[in-house]
Ligand binder design. Structure first.
Ligand code: SF4
Ligand code: SF4
Length: 268
């Protein structure tokens, strides 16, 4: 186990502007923590047998862009964050390869088009489970990983490496406060109230909404992550009051006018 290598990767992430990084041994996938668990063929060692450690990196989507959704602004923000994740995961894998540890970057979005998710709603690897096992956060009712820093407004990708790196502890205390705002705002009722992992997102219904938005260049939907009260980013942007998303509420007229303006342009 190399503590020094861990520090080098953390330093590299800091230089690359990656605020969240966590480490999970591949063996953690073989000890189910709840049911349904990750099937064997979706586990790191089945996908890349050299894997000893999974490094998970997280980059936030910026709340003011997200809260204009559905809009071209959030569409572009989402794509930018995905691109940054893919580029930086590749850089980290290259850094480890140069040191003699076989490493690969897993693509951020492992599907060709959202329409594919209607029939087969899973990628070949789950970065959400990886983020959970690497100690970056835990599951909320909205089926995403909530983090202390950004709530669910953060995207993840993973690097598989043959290096043995000291792991981070899984966060066991739930961050979700069961407020149900995510369930209530979902426009297609795709989120059950009984919480992950019992209440799984109706992925087909969610993907159908996303597909419709994608045709207009205003995907993804993101409503269930914009309203979540968890995350220090809410304080940064002065968005502690969830009432801000009630567009009938005159107190926030200035913001609502800005969102309406943005939604009128750059998309169908
Ligand atoms: S992304 Fe939108 S459609 Fe999908 S579960 Fe969240 S709120 Fe519902
Ligand atoms: S909106 Fe509320 S219920 Fe939904 S994930 Fe966030 S804290 Fe949990």
């Amino acid at each position: 186990m190399s503590v020094r290598l861990k520090h080098e990767i953390q330093k590299l992430c800091s230089e690359l502007g990656i605020p969240l990084v966590g480490f999970a041994p591949a063996g953690r996938w073989d000890k189910p923590l709840f049911e349904p668990w990750v099937p064997e063929e979706f586990r790191p060692a089945a996908i890349f047998p050299e894997t000893e450690t999974v490094i998970v990196i997280g980059i936030p989507v910026l709340l003011p862009a997200l809260e204009t959704s559905p809009s071209i602004w959030y569409y572009e923000e989402y794509r930018t964050v995905n691109t940054l994740l893919d580029l930086n995961a590749h850089r980290i894998a290259a850094f480890l390869n140069e040191k003699g540890f076989p490493s690969v970057a897993i693509p951020r979005d492992g599907y060709g088009h959202v329409s594919i998710l209607k029939e087969r709603p899973y990628a070949f690897f789950s970065h959400r489970h990886a983020a959970f096992l690497a100690g970056l956060g835990n599951f909320g009712i909205n089926n995403t990983i909530l983090t202390k820093e950004f709530g669910p407004r953060v995207r993840f990708t993973s690097i598989f490496t043959g290096a043995e790196i000291p792991p981070d502890p899984v966060i066991e205390e739930p961050l979700c406060i069961d407020c149900m705002q995510c369930v209530e705002i979902c426009p297609v009722n795709a989120l059950p109230r009984n919480g992950y992992p019992k209440g799984l997102t109706d992925k087909r219904t969610c993907a159908e909404r996303s597909e419709g938005l994608a045709a207009r260049f205003i995907s993804p939907c993101g409503f269930c992550i914009k309203v979540c009260p968890i995350g220090e980013d809410r304080t940064l942007y002065g968005r502690e009051d969830p009432g801000v998303y009630n567009e009938e509420e005159s107190k926030y007229d200035r913001l609502h006018s800005a969102w309406k303006h943005i939604r009128k342009y750059g998309s169908r």
